[in-house]
Design a protein around this ligand. Structure first.
Ligand code: BTN
Length: 257
């Protein structure tokens, strides 16, 4: 199914074992379960469909069969508390890298990262819509992380509630994409960015800044409004309101107005 060409996995951080399921509740739950039973570093669960796909902030992640990518990765790295926000940014940047590599020339100008790690694109009406999301959950007892990634790849119809919010790579670039190629790219690129945080810490912020949506624009986060002026070295979001600058480590960022 996932064609392993030559020694594809050799030297890579993720993908030593890839379990492919036709349908599951949530790949994050499957990886958590396997992690608690000794699954190795870089273990991956990939599903064609999820019945209870989960998003950030307790939201549901729409996961219809056969059109998108839903995968979760076990990372047994010991993350110092100070690096958790950077790691979350690194995963988003890795998803961006993978989608740009898949979609080819011109893709860099069409995709944006919404802090901390959503992938957005502009639709034909000039509205930002989401095409990928990341849910990172920790397993404190095991000092491990479950990194869940969902990418809307070839989906073209949406439930009413998502019609104005969601978009797929197929809708952005007007062609179908190979989901298996995207899986390999995600494992490579996300693995490389997470390793970069381990090696270089906050330098990941410099790599990310020109990919971020809405810098310089009025935004809201958790009831606070201001101008999004950038990130600090720890990956916190900085919002300016008059002479005040506030920092946020979590929350849902929205364009104001
Ligand atoms: C979000 O943007 O709210 C995060 C979405 C994360 C969805 C992925 S799909 C694979 C993995 N399994 C889940 O239940 N959620 C994540």
């Amino acid at each position: 199914m996932l064609e392993q060409k030559g020694n594809w996995w050799s030297g890579r951080r993720y993908g030593c074992v890839i379990r492919v399921l036709k349908e599951t509740d949530s790949t994050n739950d499957d990886v958590r379960w396997a992690g608690e039973r000794g699954a190795p570093q870089g273990y991956v669960v990939l599903a064609h469909a999820q019945k209870k796909g989960r998003g950030r902030m307790g939201r549901r992640w729409e996961s219809p069969p056969g059109v998108n990518v839903y995968l979760s990765i076990l990372d047994r790295m010991k993350v110092p508390m100070t690096q958790t926000p950077l790691l979350s940014l690194a995963v988003g940047l890795g998803v961006f890298d993978a989608c740009v590599a898949l979609c080819g020339e011109g893709a860099e100008e069409k995709l944006w990262i919404k802090w901390p790690n959503d992938l957005l694109a502009l639709d034909a009406m000039g509205k930002y819509r989401k095409c990928a999301g990341v849910l990172i959950e920790s397993l404190p007892a095991l000092q491990s992380l479950v990194i869940g990634i969902g990418v809307n790849v070839n989906q073209i119809t949406w439930p009413l509630a998502l019609e104005e919010e969601a978009i797929s790579l197929c809708q952005i670039f007007q062609r179908d994409f190979d989901r298996w190629q995207l899986v390999q790219l995600l494992l490579d690129k996300v693995g490389a960015r997470v390793s970069q945080v381990e090696a270089e810490g906050s330098r990941i912020v410099d790599c990310l800044l020109n990919r971020l949506a809405w810098i310089g624009r009025p935004v809201t986060i958790d009831g606070f409004a201001g101008v999004f002026i950038g990130l600090d070295g720890g990956g916190a979001l900085c919002i300016q309101d008059g002479w005040k600058v506030r920092k946020f480590w979590s929350g849902t960022l929205r364009l104001a107005g």
